[in-house]
Design a protein around this ligand. Structure first.
Ligand code: AGP
Length: 370
């Protein structure tokens, strides 16, 4: 086992550090920047199904569901196809309206999640075209779908999903850009600039890992005894906030909630006092001014702000108690980068609390029962 961990203390840390490679591997052979092409046989072979789809329904659980929410933003923004994102466990039991004009995308790292599998079977029975985004090759979900794309993240052993999540975001980015280019909603210049930006993501993850690793360890030490956390983000980074909160609760057992930052004033603001740590994801591109006023509201109530901002940021940084800097990228790809220090934060808080990071209590890597 020590050999498999390649010198890392836990699989989770190893997998966090593998992300420059896993994101790169997921794009390899698909993103051909010089030729200005995204090659995805699974999409291309069924392009008419996607083109004529009334809507796309994404079904998933847990972290994969968070990836699905970001997929909704991506596909609606660039391909202009309506998208709904559903928890598989809700979808399968609510007699959903599905037609043969629907495309259903299932996202699952393991490809074995019972609820996702059951939801897919239902969608298939009702005539939808079903597409899988799985990490495990030849898994049950991969086998029952009509077509699909594998994330090439490599085996993920830690129960808390890290590299599979960023690989799912990579695939969803490729799908959205490919569909957008094909159906004419995404002009050539914008397409070219987005694919160049996507291609640069692995290097930016590498930079984030080296520039924030030590800093995040130190921040984690100050929150070992926290009992609650709020995670806030807007737009593409709202699901990233949900994912940050899920990572913390599953491995550190600290209660954490993710929220869209603007929803704070509709309830969670009542929780804020000097004992409440609040992680704010605030990259320059993406409702930055709105986030600035959210941070002002938090500071007025003495909340402890840990901000994830772009390098060189001043406004949010000056108001923050802790600042984690990440490189700039297009707004739509920012969750891929912003998630990395949040994974590290959850990891180190859990380690300092003495928790079993790779196998947290009550959780299984793959939930094969209801
Ligand atoms: C992620 O950290 C969790 N362990 C969990 O939410 C997981 O994402 C969920 O069970 C879905 O699993 P899947 O992607 O293998 O279907």
């Amino acid at each position: 086992e020590q050999i498999e961990k390649s010198g890392y203390e836990h699989f989770m840390l190893k997998e966090i550090f593998e992300q420059p490679k896993s994101v790169h591997d997921t794009m390899r052979g698909r993103l051909l920047v010089d030729e200005g092409v995204i090659k995805m046989a699974g999409i291309w072979d069924h392009i008419e199904r996607f083109k004529n789809a009334n809507r796309i329904i994404i079904i998933a659980c847990g972290t994969s569901w968070h990836a699905g929410l970001i997929g909704e933003y991506l596909i609606e923004e660039y391909a202009r196809i309506p998208v709904e994102v559903e928890y598989a466990s809700e979808f399968r039991y609510r007699n959903p309206i599905i037609t043969d004009k629907d495309v259903v995308i299932a996202i699952s790292q393991s490809g074995e999640t019972a609820d996702t599998m059951a939801a897919l079977k239902l969608a298939k029975e009702r005539g939808a075209f079903i597409y899988g985004i799985c990490n495990v090759v030849d898994s049950s979900i991969a086998r029952i779908t009509d077509a699909g794309s594998y994330t090439h993240a490599g085996p993920e052993i830690g129960v808390a999903s890290t590299k599979a999540f960023t690989a799912q975001l990579t695939i969803l980015s490729l799908i959205a850009l490919k569909l957008g280019k094909h159906n004419g909603n995404l002009g050539n210049a914008e397409f070219m600039s987005l694919i160049a930006e996507l291609d640069a993501i692995p290097k930016k993850i590498e930079d984030v890992l080296s520039s924030t690793h030590e800093l995040v360890q130190n921040i984690a030490k100050d929150f070992v005894n926290a009992t609650n956390f709020l995670y806030l983000g807007r737009g593409y980074n709202y699901p990233a906030a949900l994912e940050g909160a899920l990572k913390l609760k599953e491995i550190s057992y600290i209660h954490a909630e993710g929220y869209p930052a603007a929803e704070m004033k509709h309830g969670p603001i009542a929780l804020i006092d000097e004992n409440m740590p609040i992680v704010i994801i605030a990259p320059k591109k993406g409702h930055y001014d709105k986030i600035v006023s959210n941070v002002q509201e938090i500071k007025a109530r003495k909340g402890k702000v840990i901000s994830v901002v772009n390098i060189g940021d001043t406004q949010v940084s000056e108001m923050s108690d802790y600042v984690i800097e990440i490189p700039e990228t297009s707004e739509c790809f920012s969750p891929i980068i912003a998630s990395v220090p949040l994974q590290l934060l959850a990891y180190y808080i859990a380690v300092y609390r003495g928790a079993n990071v790779d196998q947290p209590r009550n959780l299984a890597k793959s939930v094969t029962v209801e």
